[in-house]
Design a protein around this ligand. Structure first.
Ligand code: DUC
Ligand code: ZN
Ligand code: ZN
Ligand code: ZN
Length: 488
């Protein structure tokens, strides 16, 4: 791999602009984007004529090497990232899970896991309880550790779930730190009840998973989180929007001017729940994730919401277990580890489902797979753009080539793929990460330890206007009604 690269003759696509131009890279940074650049002989030249040169994908939602439901996800920070690079994603943001309630210990364990990284990564932090020590550690995360987002689980009763009181405390703390609050929005108490009901009815298979936690529980929790964020007056990011019910709550809030970001994931955009009814347990269980993949119809409506801007960026919730791990739940769907693949497939499936179908433009493709994530998490334009000065995370996509997905050829360590057999148009032929060509001619050349931790500073634009809105709200509270003392 060379430290100097010239990508020649492609159509360079950013979220707001495209042009035929050359891209010159030196030492991991984009130095120039101009037509007809002249370079010396020692520069590796890649011909991109007739192809699109775009910012590498950024996946805002992954779980690599996560301990969860009595086991650990099978893709770690090397295998998961290698898979990502083979599919044109050059950065991801993973969720740190606290260790024994300690954010510091949780971060240390993820720093250790991430040492083998072969691409850039950032962290969100999950908050699973709230007290003075968590509150103190949140400040350390924001001011010293480069974490600017905290996720609250309204589901997973008895383990990760927080109640409304703790969610309110967390929202207030996020606001005071200039950090973004994120929610997994399902009503955990009702899910617990729904699961018991299914077991009582004798429905113990993977379909029971979907039946126990229907869209209305996602809609309820989404509405509640949005209203509580509105009450605190702080922005909210809703992860994995899987249903029309949740999407409509986000649409309503955004229309009223509330700052809510909605993240659909590839599985929710592309799949429907039919696989959960497959008579083969291994096939059905691979589709178990939370919130569940919904009945046909939700996916098409979510695609529409992505194209009209109600939803803004696409994640994956990549969280994979092999069929041996999935089989922990052979007699009881509640024990099937939750999670599906997607980190390698996201770029191809969004291209095929959204661009090839004419639902979004090529510029919008760049926005929803890369630029918007960089903006929301405050690392734009270092990431998410092909402009002089940005990191050289670049893909070359050939719109006339095609992709095919199967577990035999994918790069993830898991032995199944929820998109098994899917084909489509558009293929990522070259991936450049940190200025190094890591994917070319269907071959990966990844180096463990070459990925960098990307610190994400506290916010500017998402939070602008808060003080003003607070001031008018508070002044209305501070104007007590004057009453006379007479008791007639
Ligand atoms: N949902 C999943 O399917 N896996 C990880 C965590 C989550 O919320
Ligand atoms: Zn330009
Ligand atoms: Zn979640
Ligand atoms: Zn997740």
């Amino acid at each position: 791999s060379s430290t100097k690269l010239l990508i020649k003759g492609g159509t360079v696509v950013n979220a707001h602009h495209q042009e035929v131009a050359d891209v010159y890279v030196e030492d991991g940074i984009i130095v120039a984007v101009k037509p007809d650049l002249k370079v010396t002989d020692d520069v590796k030249v890649i011909d991109a004529t007739g192809k699109f040169v775009m910012p590498g994908g950024i996946d805002p939602h992954t779980h690599l090497a996560m301990e969860f439901m009595g086991t650990e996800t099978i893709d770690d920070f090397f295998s998961g990232q290698a898979a990502a690079l083979a599919g044109g994603t050059t950065m991801h943001i993973d969720f740190v899970i606290p260790v024994n309630g300690s954010l510091i210990a949780g971060l240390e364990s993820y720093e250790e896991k991430a040492k083998k990284s072969c691409m850039d990564y950032g962290f969100h932090m999950a908050i699973t309880k709230f007290d003075d020590s968590v509150s103190r550690d949140m400040e350390i995360m924001v001011k010293e550790k480069g974490i600017n987002s905290f996720k609250f689980f309204l589901a997973y009763k008895g383990s990760l779930m927080v109640n409304d009181e703790l969610l309110l405390e967390g929202l207030k703390r996020c606001k005071s730190l200039g950090a973004l609050a994120m929610v997994h929005a399902e009503n955990g108490d009702a899910v617990f009840e729904g699961q018991k009901r299914m077991i009582q009815l004798g429905i113990t298979g993977p379909e029971g998973h979907a039946l126990s936690r229907p869209p209305l529980l996602e809609g309820e929790a989404t509405a509640r989180a949005i209203r509580l964020a509105g009450f605190v007056n702080t922005p909210l990011y809703v992860v994995h929007v899987m249903s029309i019910d949740a999407m409509e709550e986000i649409a309503k809030a955004r229309k009223s001017g509330q700052r809510v970001v909605g993240e659909p994931v590839v599985s929710g955009l592309v799949l429907d729940d039919s696989g959960l009814w497959d008579s083969d347990f291994a096939t059905a269980s691979k589709f178990v994730m939370s919130p569940p993949i919904r009945a046909a119809g939700h996916n098409k409506v979510l695609q529409g919401a992505l194209s009209n801007g109600v939803l803004q960026l696409v994640g994956t919730d990549h969280c994979v277990f092999n069929s041996t791990q999935k089989a922990f739940g052979i007699d009881d769907f509640r024990k099937i580890p939750n999670g599906v693949n997607g980190i390698e497939e996201r770029m191809h499936l969004v291209w095929d489902t959204m661009v090839e179908s004419g639902q979004i433009s090529i510029n919008d493709f760049v926005r929803v797979t890369s630029t918007e994530c960089a903006r929301v998490f405050n690392i734009y334009p270092r990431k998410g753009a092909i402009i002089a000065g940005s990191d050289a995370d670049i893909i070359i996509l050939n719109p006339n080539s095609s992709f095919e997905i199967n577990a035999r050829s994918h790069h993830s360590r898991t032995d199944t793929n929820v998109y098994e057999g899917r084909r489509g148009k558009g293929k990522v032929e070259v991936t450049i990460a940190g200025g190094r060509v890591v994917w070319e001619n269907n071959e990966l050349k990844v180096v463990p330890g070459s990925g960098k931790y990307i610190e994400m500073p506290p916010f500017n634009y998402l939070f602008s206007g808060i003080d003003k809105a607070d001031a008018s709200y508070l002044s209305s509270l501070n104007a007590p009604v004057k009453r006379s003392k007479s008791t007639t």
